[in-house]
Design a protein around this ligand. Structure first.
Ligand code: HEC
Ligand code: HEC
Length: 407
């Protein structure tokens, strides 16, 4: 493979991940309540629960030349590589030549030294938390800036009442901040959401959903997709790409992916994401997804008032849900997945809610992630049907055809 082919492969791979995200999104939007763990990273892989991790192989078992990322679940490798590329402001070929395991480029060796440093500084200085990552210093540049650039920007005027401001005249009390109305409880917000999308009874009637639409990537590439879901968590996703069909499915037991390069089973952390992302109820049943009651705060998105639920999911991610304070609808979800070298964020924005047989679904979902070359992809539904019959054989893993894919 030449580097540009290599890039293409990567692009396809990520493309695919991207709409998986979107698939999840749409699926989730769909429905109701049932304890499904959330994990919304299409690209990235969730923090591993011990059980998920134990099912899954680590990179040194699955890859050819791993010296420092030992112990990392295989499903996190590509997300972490994207994190590296994003941190450097470069692409994969900044460190790699074909094949991936080659150590020909000195940048790859430097990256290994940097990984060791990051692991070490977090362990020794930050109590084992993933506080420092590649992005902390690099911020999208391969050569971080360590010396301030002169002249410094002009200082902004000091805030009134801040240090250096005139003291308030004696006897005059300082204005106290206006009291903020109390925020509703997490429970109230989730109840309002359920009511806003149609109510529990309508959600309980939901047995299947079939949908069609388009995914458009940041570079303008556009693909058709079809999604079939059956309660509680079976799904089948077909995306038509110039490289051929891309399929993903889950039949209630086994998850799988089929591309022009073959069929592979999806396990471990990746399967957790898979199910959470694509099951009919994942975007509805938020209660079961948080490990503890999330905190609530107020915020704004553009000019809109929102309530934000912020907490840790049962699979160890941080998840923030943004609900429109007046309509009660979910407008944004942000998840952050911890990995050994940094926290990988993903954001999905929901828009254009429309009612289909008593339940409202967002017909537009915009996913933003750290994937180099595809920062945003937008999934637009052209058709959503509920409770049409869905053939169960769709969800079954096809027989293996070609050799397994990598990376
Ligand atoms: C900043 C440098 C850097 C960038 C950018 C980078 N990688 Fe890596 N990659 C590495 C290092 C270092 C290793 C080996 C890690 C180790 O030894 O534990 C590696 C290992 C890999 C491997 C495992 C190869 C094997 O079999 O041993 C794959 C696959 C891979 N990278 C893919 C990618 C992809 C895809 C991208 C772009 C999204 C990418 N990398 C971007 C530094 C980088
Ligand atoms: C504490 C700050 C810091 C952190 C954290 C950090 N780096 Fe660096 N990195 C640097 C500095 C500074 C340089 C430039 C060194 C030089 O110029 O000699 C550099 C250089 C590099 C280079 C070589 C760039 C080139 O143009 O040759 C690579 C590759 C790299 N870092 C990868 C990483 C990766 C991958 C991570 C995360 C695992 C990381 N760095 C984390 C500070 C950092």
């Amino acid at each position: 493979m030449k580097p540009n082919i290599l890039k293409l492969t990567v692009a396809i791979l990520f493309t695919v991940s991207a709409f998986v995200v979107m698939g999840k999104v749409s699926a989730q939007k769909t429905v109701s309540l049932s304890p499904v763990t959330a994990s919304s990273l299409g690209i990235a892989v969730p923090a591993q629960t011990p059980s998920a991790a134990s099912q899954e192989k680590t990179v040194e078992q699955t890859r050819k030349n791993i010296k420092v990322l030992t112990g990392m679940p295989d499903s996190q490798l590509i997300p972490v590589m994207n994190f590296f590329a994003t941190s450097m402001g470069r692409r994969c070929d900044f460190c790699h030549v074909n094949p991936w395991e080659s150590d020909e480029k000195p940048e790859k060796q430097t990256a290994r030294e940097m990984i060791k440093m990051v692991l070490d500084v977090n362990k020794t200085t930050f109590k084992g938390n993933t506080t420092v990552s590649c992005y902390t210093c690099h911020r999208g540049r391969n050569q971080p800036q360590g010396v301030p650039i002169l002249p410094l920007p002009k200082p902004s005027p000091p805030p009134p009442g801040g240090p250096g401001a005139a003291a308030p005249p004696a006897g005059q009390p300082q204005a106290s901040p206006s009291p903020r109305p109390a925020v509703p409880s997490a429970d109230d917000i989730l109840n309002k959401y359920i009511a806003a999308i149609g109510g529990q009874a309508a959600i309980d009637r939901l047995k299947t959903r079939t949908a069609k639409g388009t995914v458009v990537q940041a570079n303008g590439n556009s693909f058709q997709f079809e999604l079939s879901q059956t309660a509680p968590d079976k799904f089948y996703l077909l995306v038509t790409t110039p490289q051929g069909p891309f399929e993903r499915g889950f039949n209630g037991q086994a998850g799988w992916e089929k591309t022009a390069r073959g069929v592979r089973e999806v396990i471990g952390g990746e399967l957790v994401n898979f199910k959470a992302g694509n099951s009919l109820f994942a975007l509805i049943n938020f209660r079961g997804q948080y490990a503890r009651t999330p905190r609530v705060r107020r915020d704004k998105i553009d000019d809109r008032d929102v309530y934000v639920l912020d907490g840790t999911t049962t699979d160890g991610k941080r998840m923030r849900l943004y609900f429109d304070a007046s309509t009660g609808l979910l407008v944004r979800r942000v998840t952050a997945t911890p990995t050994m070298i940094g926290v990988i964020p993903e954001q999905v924005d929901f828009d254009d809610y429309r009612e289909v047989d008593g339940v409202k679904f967002p017909f537009i979902a915009r996913a933003s992630g750290i994937e180099v070359g595809n920062p945003v992809s937008t999934r637009t539904f052209t058709e959503i049907k509920v409770n049409a019959p869905v053939d169960d054989t769709k969800f079954k893993m096809p027989p293996p055809a070609a050799k397994p894919t990598s990376p």
